[in-house]
Design a protein around this ligand. Structure first.
Ligand code: COA
Length: 391
């Protein structure tokens, strides 16, 4: 793509929760061998939202530093991707728009397709910037992953938000054409409207993911995409980090390459470091992987990164990005590391209390205790309305 037409990620910011439950604590409670978590699925801990945290407060916390750095004048659209929405009608991004004081002349919308919709949001944002290069789009992906207690998926919970500013002449990553797409009607993971926890056929979802990797890659190469050897690193959707290993091994085999562990670690190792600690953040997960890669890898200037975004149900997309010279001076590496290392460890009883909490549905006033250490909080549910405020 000629540089003058470059559009992509201009800024990238990650936020997570106040609390963390380690897999050591989970294993000690349920009697599992902790090696199953640490080695088998590649997870060390998972972020757990405090009572006054949710997808909106995490999203606003992720987006606030972007707005502080770039101002609000060029942001004409917010696209908020989530599969754990707080309302069936109102876009969660409107709460973020309000908390951050964005101008009323802004378009705000929410997107859903399981863990994939963050990528749809990114691609739609690129389309809008193509139409008017002076505009910037705030793309937000924010989710809280929740399964029933005792379900095999319980160890793959987590929470995080990623905010990305999409613009012309991006400072971090240029996103390229073409994209490879894949859709299949499958029930590997879903959450009916009446449930707060997801349903998953975990092993089915792993096969569905691998089938989607093949399908998206095939479409990508059919459309004239790069060859596998062009890529320095790959960011995969990570419901658990071992899934990225499985997916990359599958892609290497599919392309007739050796898939030794060294090659896999070289290609994806850095991308799994944050996800192993925050757990599954659904729509945000692949972009948490990108943040970890940019923050922690040696110089990636002008290197190509492959992205494989997967959302159960299922939709997948493979696309490429190129890292922009000078990107390192725009990163938020210390902020990201502090957000992860600064979380407060909780015991199983506290985790269980949070897990089992739900608001009464009587339309009464239900203030929420002050717990978050983040910049924004959910004040409570008052007359069926979620009220947010700066902390
Ligand atoms: N030491 C090391 N590894 C161990 C182990 C031990 N003591 N015990 C088990 N393992 C390994 C298993 O061999 C397996 O690895 P493999 O997949 O490479 O063979 C892995 O740990 C998981 O064990 P498994 O018995 O398959 O676990 P499970 O039946 O409890 O389910 C998931 C694991 C991932 C399927 C489950 O957590 C889940 O459903 N997660 C949600 C998946 C999801 O989010 N999908 C939707 C989006 S893609």
């Amino acid at each position: 793509m000629p540089e003058e037409f470059a559009i992509g990620i201009h800024d990238l910011s990650v936020a997570t929760t106040r609390y963390v439950l380690t897999h050591d604590t989970l294993a000690a409670h349920n009697g599992s061998d902790v090696a199953k978590y640490h080695k088998g699925i590649g997870q060390r801990s998972m972020s757990v939202p405090a009572a006054d945290e949710d997808i909106v407060t995490m999203a606003a916390a992720a987006a606030a530093p972007i707005v502080a750095r770039h101002g609000v004048d060029r942001i004409r659209t917010i696209v908020f991707a989530t599969e754990t929405s707080v309302d069936q009608a109102k876009a969660a991004g409107i709460h973020v728009h309000s908390l951050l004081g964005l101008p009323s002349a802004t378009r705000v919308v929410e997107l859903k397709q399981a863990c994939y919709s963050g990528t749809a949001a990114l691609q739609f944002a690129i389309g809008l910037v193509h139409r008017d290069r002076s505009q910037q789009v705030l793309v937000i992906a924010s989710d809280v992953s929740k399964y029933e207690l005792g379900n095999p998926g319980e160890a793959t919970q987590g929470a995080a938000a990623v905010a990305m500013l999409v613009s012309a002449d991006p400072a971090l990553v240029r996103i390229e054409d073409p994209s490879g797409m894949f859709t299949a009607d499958i029930m590997d993971f879903w959450r009916p409207n009446y449930r707060t926890t997801a349903l998953v056929d975990g092993h089915e979802s792993i096969s569905a993911y691998l089938q989607a990797v093949e399908g998206a890659w095939k479409d990508y190469t059919d459309r004239g995409g790069r060859t596998l050897d062009d890529f320095t690193a790959f960011c995969y959707h990570q419901p658990f980090t071992k899934m990225a290993h499985k997916a990359h091994r599958h892609l290497l085999h599919y392309c007739g390459h050796d898939a030794d562990e060294d090659a896999i670690t070289r290609h994806i190792g850095h991308t799994t470091t944050y996800n192993a600690e925050v757990g599954n953040s659904y729509t945000a997960s692949m972009y948490v992987g990108l943040a970890a890669l940019l923050d922690n890898a040696d110089d990636l200037t002008d290197q190509a990164i492959g992205f494989l975004s997967y959302g159960s149900g299922s939709v997948a997309e493979f696309f490429a990005g190129t890292v922009v010279p000078g990107y390192r001076s725009h990163l938020r590496s210390d902020m990201h590391r502090d957000a992860i290392s600064g979380r407060q460890d909780i015991d199983y009883a506290k985790y269980r209390e949070i897990h089992e909490h739900s608001f009464p549905v009587d339309g009464g006033d239900h203030p929420v205790p002050r717990e978050t250490t983040g910049p924004y909080r959910l004040a409570g549910l008052f007359g069926h309305k979620r009220i947010y405020e700066p902390r």
